[in-house]
Write a protein that binds this ligand. Structure first.
Ligand SMILES: [Mg+2]
Ligand SMILES: [Zn+2]
Length: 158
């Protein structure tokens, strides 16, 4: 069984500039790569779980989002970091869907699909909805202010 870290995307792994889809807006925190490499060394696999209501709001389309994610993953890969999946809720909040964080549906599906060890897994994000999503999924939850705090995870996740 693998232990996993489920990361929020915006303001956690990459710098948020609101409803991002343009490659030129893709920016990482200074210690994103070194922190994740150390967590990988400690035996964790990684997922991204993101609310992307920009789709539901029609601010960008799925093609543009996939393109953005491909560029993001390529940059992570260049630094020897992989994510097993980048999963997202595409809905508008008013759709009242069952997959938007803090709903745990996406996390639970990934846990099932990849046979993840819940007891030793974490959700990491900057919002209360991230924190609650982790708790709702029955895993450990850590709330950070933003991605500049990522190195502090190394004290909290052994
Ligand atoms: Mg966020
Ligand atoms: Zn949804």
């Amino acid at each position: 069984m693998d232990k996993a870290i489920f990361f929020d995307r915006d303001n956690t792994l990459i710098i948020d500039s609101h409803y991002m889809y343009k490659i030129e807006d893709l920016k990482f925190y200074p210690e994103t790569f070194s922190t994740l490499r150390e967590l990988k060394r400690r035996g964790y696999v990684f997922f991204i779980v993101s609310n992307q209501s920009g789709l539901g709001r029609e601010l960008f389309n799925l093609n543009q989002l996939n393109h953005f994610h491909a560029a993001m993953l390529k940059e992570f890969q260049r630094h020897d970091i992989e994510f097993l999946e980048v999963a997202f809720c595409p809905h508008h909040p008013k759709d009242n869907c069952d997959c938007r964080k803090p709903e745990p549906k996406i996390v639970l599906e990934l846990i099932e699909k990849y046979n993840i060890d819940k007891k030793n897994s974490f959700f990491v994000g900057d919002r209360e909805s991230d924190y609650q999503c982790g708790l709702n999924a029955g895993i450990n939850s850590i709330k950070i202010e933003n991605g500049y705090e990522l190195p502090e995870l190394l004290d909290k996740i052994q």
